[in-house]
Ligand binder design. Structure first.
Ligand SMILES: NC(=O)c1ccc[n+]([C@@H]2O[C@H](COP(=O)([O-])OP(=O)(O)OC[C@H]3O[C@@H](n4cnc5c(N)ncnc54)[C@H](O)[C@@H]3O)[C@@H](O)[C@H]2O)c1
Length: 345
């Protein structure tokens, strides 16, 4: 049995509490939130409650696994304490506000030989996994570019920008699909509601092989959109998380340079292209609850001593990309290198 302590019971924490509570190998021993109003709901379920996170992260307290679901600014201190005391750790995304802190946590987890996983929940989404297979199998041909939009009216975060809160998901998806980390980023953003916290961000991440991945992230938008378009030189597809029964559409569409007869070379005709505008295929993608898959995966990794798909290094790559995009926003959209420590490239 895994003895677990959960820190943070705000908007997202109850979802993790529910999923881990349902796991037959997990015993939720204690839940912490600094807000005492959360106590009644927890004690009603027969679970101990504390307002003091060290009750969960301290060594030799009978808790072997910690889950952190608190705001980003609190992550580093709580995670460091848990990892240093030899706990397996699941932490919500993004791991920490800087790549240096994230790297320190990765190293502490390694030294203490514990499992360290970040909640990049879209890596456990059936549609996202299906697209990964399409890209890897060559069905779309050579990937030319990827474009995403993640918008909604709220929730407005007081502690992390739309880049860190929303686009963190998309960077984790791009890295997963392309099996790579971006080399550089250019971005712009506007802080319209709170000074210094961008509510709307346009970011481009430049991946190897000249693949550009763009994302528009905003919580100041009239409609909820979670969509990513992948354009290959053979086919194109759209993943749409707002269409759960049909999350992927594959378009037999492409444009390539037409073969040109020699005699018209040098004229305008040499720029002719041939357009393939074929069928649209809607594959059946088996539904599952991504959060349940994610929680089960974490527990499996602990029980079988295997590496999580979204392990600390995976989360470090995302933080390094977000950090570069943030620097670009603050430097008039200059191109900023994504710096990854040599050992984790
Ligand atoms: N994977 C996803 O789709 C997803 C969705 C939402 C949020 N999240 C992530 O989950 C984390 C939490 O987000 P949220 O929306 O639940 O935030 P929230 O502000 O709604 O809740 C945070 C809770 O943590 C408590 N808290 C803060 N500092 C604490 C401390 N030091 N000790 C104990 N309790 C403390 C607060 O009282 C609050 O109840 C963030 O990292 C966020 O990015 C992930």
């Amino acid at each position: 049995m895994i003895n677990m302590g959960i820190i943070g019971l705000g908007h997202w924490g109850p979802n993790l509490l529910r999923n881990f509570s349902n796991h037959p190998e997990v015993n939720i021993k204690i839940v912490c939130d600094k807000d005492v109003n959360k106590k009644a709901k927890i004690t009603q379920q027969g679970i101990e409650f504390t307002q003091n996170s060290t009750d969960i992260t301290a060594a030799d307290n009978g808790i072997d696994t910690v889950v952190i679901v608190t705001p980003l600014a609190t992550h580093f201190k709580l995670a460091k304490s848990a990892l240093k005391n030899g706990k397996h750790l699941f932490i919500e995304k993004p791991i920490a506000p800087t790549s240096a802190e994230t790297l320190e946590l990765v190293e502490i987890a390694k030294e203490n030989n514990v499992h360290f996983m970040v909640g990049h929940v879209f890596l456990y989404n059936a549609g996202i996994r299906f697209v990964k297979e399409q890209i890897a199998s060559g069905e779309l041909g050579k990937i030319l570019y990827i474009h995403g939009q993640r918008t909604n009216l709220g929730p407005v975060r007081p502690d992390a920008s739309a880049l860190w809160d929303l686009a963190a998901h998309d960077v984790s998806i791009f890295n997963y699909w392309l099996d790579a980390v971006p080399e550089s980023s250019t971005a712009n953003g506007s802080a319209l509601l709170n000074p210094d916290i961008e509510d709307i961000v346009n970011a481009t991440f430049n991946y190897p092989n000249k693949i550009k991945c763009n994302i528009l992230a905003s919580w100041l938008h009239p409609s909820k959109v979670r969509q990513i378009t992948v354009v290959g030189d053979k086919k194109m597809l759209i993943w749409d998380d707002m269409s759960p029964s049909e999350p992927v559409r594959i378009f037999d569409k492409s444009i390539c340079r037409a073969d040109m007869p020699e005699q018209i070379e040098g004229t305008l005709s040499e720029f002719r292209f041939s357009i393939q505008d074929g069928q649209i295929f809607i594959p059946r993608v088996k539904q599952c609850e991504p959060l349940k898959e994610e929680c089960n995966h974490f527990i499996d990794c602990i029980l079988n001593n295997t590496k999580p798909l979204s392990d600390g290094v995976n989360g470090y790559h995302v933080v390094a990309a977000l950090e570069a995009a943030t620097k670009s926003i603050h430097d008039n959209s200059a191109s900023i290198e994504v710096k990854i420590a040599e050992a984790y490239k």
